[in-house]
Design a protein around this ligand. Sequence first.
Ligand code: ATP
Ligand code: MG
Length: 562
Amino acid sequence: MSNETLPGAESVAGLDFIRQIVSDDLVAGKHDSIVTRFPPEPNGYLHVGHLKAICLDFGVAREYHGRCNLRMDDTNPTKEDTEYVDSIAGDIRWLGFDFGSEVHYASDYFEKMYECACELIRRGKAYVCDLSAEDWEKYRGDSTRPGANPPGRSRSVEENLALFERMRKGEFEDGAMVLRAAIDMQSPNIHMRDPVIYRIRRAEHFRQGNKWCIYPMYDFAHPLEDAIEGVTHSFCTLEFEIHRPLYDWVLQSLDWPGPPRQIEFSRLALSYTVMSKRKLLQLVKENYVKGWDDPRMPTICGMRRRGMPAAALRNFCTSVGITKVNSVTDVGVLERCVREELNRTAPRRMAVLNPLKVTLKNYPEGKTEYLEAVNNPEDPAAGTRQLPFGRELYIEATDFMMEPPKGYYRLAPGREVRLRYGYFIRCEEVKLDDAGKPVELVCTYDPETRGGNAPDGRKVKGTIHWLSAAHAARASLRLYDRLFSVEAPGADDVDFLTQLNPDSLQTAECLIEPSLLELKAGDTVQFERQGYFCLDPDSTPGSPVFNRTVTLKDSWSKQQGK
Ligand code: ATP
Ligand code: MG
């Protein structure tokens, strides 16, 4: 996203290998402009793996002033649905990418694909095969043995055309026969041994209804979808490398002019995360999470609800980069990108999670004054706000200790600290409950220290956050941690459901600045010294619910280090 490379620009050092290819092609005048596509199957919600592909497909198109099509790869009729189409389109727009005014559908090309299949038959490059699966095994061979030409190979073009038409008309049972590409039964690449390109499948398609009972296979359909849309560069993950000869074969066999080029890159894998659609679906269906957009899910909608900004997700992809090397990315990298973005953009507010009452015995009863607080020290344009201050305050219980250990600079009996944006206060007396737990601190404040500095130059080491007891509002918190407690859930055939982190969601009540009651769902703030929080859509007027997006520091790696 960051480097606005111009088409035809000199190759720039630091480009990833895909951008280098695109850049070279433009310099060489191979294309007037480039076209990419993002081709999700509408059978699930987009996840952080798709994010990597989206940032590449749309990012390259944007940087080189080309176009990226959003294309639903809806050639498998059984699991697809418009619910998914809508969520996919919404997620991509939210990420800040533009796919123009229309969504493309592979199923819109079914007629054209059927014609292409007929053309292959006419050219002697496809044939109907009615071998049972068992018999096909015998002809196919395996990785050590070459295959042999199946009987269907010798059928005439006329016969094949007639049979294929009857397949389309529904004259045969599901699975009774298939259309195969006539390539090379001897090929060392098993995908090139006369692969199936059409199968009979009676299933209602969510857009085509029952119009079709034959459906094209991915390896045949995908190059055609790309070619029909004028795609110049078709990016996909490494597992498709071995399918590339077939991708090229389909278009060559049809003499397609200016065929698109498939280029593979390594897929994203994240520690502490599962990404397979099947597993994500299971988490939702079996209620391990509260839905696709549960803030613990690695879905785009889940990360959004969690409060992760779109810019942070894009930056994450930039920092992961594009290579051909498979590796696992530490989920901490994602968290760091979120922290960096929110540090720049999130307004600071006060919230007290474990309140301890403080009474300032020398502050006038019933008086309220307003103290100026900086909204975001990283962003002067964010301005300031007025914080109400009075005789009774709440501070964080953990900011006080009866017997402070060495290195603890916060409040303790007899000790003085700074209230953020406020005054110095000194703890004069501690009221304890029957169990000996502090319930109230009686303090004095120094009126000379308004704004946080003493005119006599005396220093305090600790600065703590606080709220005016008379003004504080209540809020509910959802404190999230990683959904899984192991780095590689599901590895070594362990059931990933046994590796869920039992503490991935904890709830708490807290006190907040009254100004936070004006936030809208989706707004993100930093609760000073606590972390970044995002207002959840479950909030109702007067009863805000905040999701913890991420803690301020990487508390996890600290914990692990111990
Ligand atoms: P899953 O394996 O979770 O079912 P999929 O690859 O089948 O995912 P698609 O909807 O077909 O899901 O994916 C759309 C695009 O996103 C494809 O181009 C695919 O290569 C890419 N993609 C999916 N997962 C990842 C990943 N982990 N890293 C990078 N790209 C991915
Ligand atoms: Mg797929």
